[in-house]
Design a protein around this ligand. Structure first.
Ligand SMILES: [Zn+2]
Length: 262
């Protein structure tokens, strides 16, 4: 089997635990359909993460925020494991292995010292700052195609005091054709990017909250990231699950993205 047809999926059984919060991201049964579909497809290899270390979390968050999350033992355990999943996906993506992390809780609404919107630790920031701290990358591109703007990603990763440069696109064109065109034009104009990452929320789906994107559109978003990461940075790319709340369509939308991304 050719390496480029192969895709890694980061997952841990503990992500099924829906007791950590009462919100739509934490709802019971949200991840089961995804993993059922992934298990059926031999092109996907499931890999298991460890929790992120505090040192990793503190590259993106304040000590105060870390201590606040730690007050809830289960929440801290699962949020650390989600961040660890992001780090594993980043390590694989950096090696040129396309990887999707089916992690929970999501992270793109978590800022350095606060959080909201079903998020606790900023998974994408923790994973990118780990690679940056290891001297592996100096720049990144994030496509955040969740329905909601990832304010935490923007707050932590842009306007930094160091030399880590991150470009983030939260597409906002109306209509699916305009949306895809916006993404394509933005990506075509990128230069000097060391790794591509998706804040992959599926709540913009036609049968989800945003009522905009079809499964084939998610395929196209994945494919654009594949093509242009190969052009710019040896195919280094990974994606992290953010939103997506209609359990009936979330698996298909996510798999469609992966088919284009792999
Ligand atoms: Zn969302």
């Amino acid at each position: 089997m050719k390496v480029e047809k192969f895709m890694k999926i980061v997952f841990h059984e503990k992500y099924y635990n829906s007791e950590y919060a009462w919100d739509p991201a934490a709802s019971a049964g949200r991840l089961e359909g995804i993993m059922d579909k992934i298990s059926e497809n031999k092109e996907f290899e499931i890999i298991t993460p460890n929790p992120a270390a505090e040192e990793d979390i503190l590259r993106a968050h304040t000590q105060r925020h870390l201590q606040n999350i730690k007050k809830d033992k289960l929440l801290f355990e699962l949020a650390s494991l989600a961040a660890g999943g992001a780090i594993l996906a980043a390590e694989e993506g950096y090696k040129g292995n396309p990887t999707f992390a089916v992690i929970r809780p999501p992270g793109h609404h978590a800022s350095a010292d606060s959080c909201w919107g079903f998020c606790y630790f900023n998974n994408i920031s923790i994973s990118l700052l780990r690679l940056y701290s290891e001297g592996k990358i100096k720049s990144a591109f994030i496509l955040d195609f969740d329905l909601h703007t990832g304010d935490g990603n923007i707050n932590i990763l842009t306007n930094r005091n160091d030399d880590f440069r991150v470009k983030i696109l939260n597409p906002d064109s109306s209509g699916r054709a305009g949306y895809l065109k916006e993404v394509e034009q933005y990506i075509e104009n990128l230069t000097n990017i060391d790794i591509f990452v998706a804040s992959a929320g599926f709540d913009q789906g036609i049968e989800d909250w945003g009522h905009l994107l079809y499964p084939e559109d998610y395929y196209e978003l994945g494919n654009l990231m594949k093509i242009h990461s190969k052009k710019l940075c040896k195919g280094r790319r990974y994606a992290l699950l953010e939103g997506g709340y209609n359990h009936n369509v979330l698996p298909n939308n996510l798999i469609s993205f992966c088919e284009g991304f792999k």
